[in-house]
Design a protein around this ligand. Structure first.
Ligand SMILES: [Mn+2]
Length: 323
C-alpha cells in the first residue's frame, strides 16, 4: 500500500515527539469522540504518551465507548500539559477556536480534518473532504503506522464511522467505507452492540423534545424547517444533545431537498442551526454565509434572533441555493 505524503509527515511527527495532546471540537459528536480515542490508542502503541482533552461532556449515547475515562475536560490545555513544546493533534476542526480550548495556539499543531470548510491552520495539515469521517483518516494512519487494530480501537472507529455516515447512507459512503467497516468488525467491533448503544439508548427527554420539534414542522416546496425554544427544552427536560439528529427527520420527507432545525440558545435570542441537504443544495456554502461550516450535505451555523428573522434569513439562502 502506498502511503500518502501527509500521513508520512504525520508519522514523522509521531516519531520525533514523546508526548502529545489529542483533541477535537466542542460539543463533540461520535466522530470526534471515537477518533480522539482511537488516535490516542495509536500513540499508545507507538510508545508515546497521549493526553486526550475535550471541552465538553460526552453525550449519553457514547458513554459506553472504551477508553472514555482517559478524556480530560478542561477549558485550558495548559492545566494538563503546561509544556508548550508538546504538540497537539487537532481532529475535525477548521481552527483551534473550534475546540473551545485555550493553550493550543503556539504549539506544533497537527490538523486532521474531512470538512469542505477545512483550513490549513496547522504545522502539518491533512484535509481529505472525501473521507467519510475523520475516523476513516485515523484508520488509515493506524494502517500506515502498522499498529494493531485492537477491539477497543475498532469499536471507537466503527462508532465514529456509522455516526458520521448516517449508518452508511450519506454520499461519502463508498466501497472503501465498507472495506474499513469489514476490517473493524473483523478486529472486534460489534456492529449490533454499537448500533444498540447509539440508536436504542435515547433518553426519554430526547424523544419528548422530538415530538415538540415535529409538531413545529413547516414545509415550503423543497424546504422543510422546525425549531424548539428554550421553554420547549425545559418542558421536555431536554438539553442541547437531545436536539442531535432532529434535522434528519426533516430531510427524510419525500420531495424535500434541504432542511433546517433551529434551537434557541440559552444566551439571549440566538439560534443554533443544523442544516441538511439531499445533495442538490451545498449546505456547507450556505452555513459559511453565516460564519458556520460543515459538509455539502450536513452543516451548521449560529444566527441572531428573533426566530422569525433567523428563519427568513436561512430559508432565503436555502432557496437561493436551489436555483
Ligand atoms: Mn466528522
Amino acid at each position: 500500500m502506498s502511503i500518502d505524503a501527509p500521513i508520512e509527515a504525520l508519522l514523522e511527527t509521531f516519531r520525533s515527539h514523546r508526548r502529545f495532546l489529542v483533541t477535537s471540537h466542542a460539543r463533540p459528536d461520535g466522530d470526534a469522540i471515537g477518533s480522539v480515542l482511537a488516535m490516542a490508542e495509536i500513540l499508545d502503541q507507538l510508545g508515546r504518551e497521549a493526553t486526550v482533552v475535550l471541552l465538553d461532556e460526552i453525550p449519553a449515547i457514547y458513554r459506553t465507548l472504551p477508553g472514555l475515562e482517559r478524556i480530560v475536560h478542561v477549558a485550558d490545555v495548559r492545566e494538563v500539559e503546561p509544556d508548550m513544546a508538546v504538540p497537539a493533534i487537532v481532529l475535525e476542526c477548521d481552527g483551534t477556536p473550534r475546540t473551545g480550548l485555550a493553550g493550543l495556539d503556539g504549539r506544533y499543531l497537527v490538523n486532521i480534518d474531512h470538512h469542505a470548510s477545512g483550513r490549513q491552520f496547522g504545522s502539518v495539515n491533512w484535509i481529505d473532504e472525501n473521507a467519510c469521517a475523520v475516523a476513516a483518516m485515523v484508520y488509515r494512519i493506524a494502517v500506515a503506522a502498522n499498529v494493531e487494530i485492537i477491539p477497543s480501537m475498532a469499536t471507537c472507529l466503527y462508532t465514529a464511522v456509522i455516526s458520521d455516515t448516517g449508518s452508511f447512507t450519506y454520499p461519502s459512503t463508498s466501497a472503501e467505507t465498507f472495506a474499513m467497516a469489514h476490517d473493524l468488525a473483523a478486529h472486534g467491533a460489534n456492529p449490533s452492540q454499537i448500533a444498540r448503544d447509539i440508536y436504542f439508548s435515547n433518553p426519554e427527554s430526547k424523544i419528548r423534545l422530538l415530538g415538540t420539534a415535529l409538531s413545529n414542522l413547516r414545509t415550503d416546496g423543497p424546504v422543510a424547517w422546525s425549531w424548539v425554544t428554550t421553554l420547549d427544552m425545559d418542558r421536555a427536560g431536554a438539553g442541547a444533545e437531545d436536539c442531535e439528529g432532529v434535522v434528519n427527520y426533516l430531510i427524510s420527507i419525500a420531495g424535500v431537498e434541504s432542511a433546517v432545525f433551529l434551537r434557541e440558545l440559552p444566551t439571549l435570542d440566538r439560534y443554533r442551526l443544523s442544516i441538511r441537504s439531499k445533495g442538490k443544495v451545498d449546505v456547507a456554502q450556505v452555513a459559511e454565509v453565516f460564519g458556520g461550516g460543515g459538509h455539502r450535505s450536513a452543516s451548521g451555523c449560529t444566527l441572531d434572533g428573533p426566530l422569525t428573522v433567523a428563519t427568513e434569513r436561512i430559508l432565503n439562502q436555502l432557496r437561493t441555493g436551489l436555483c
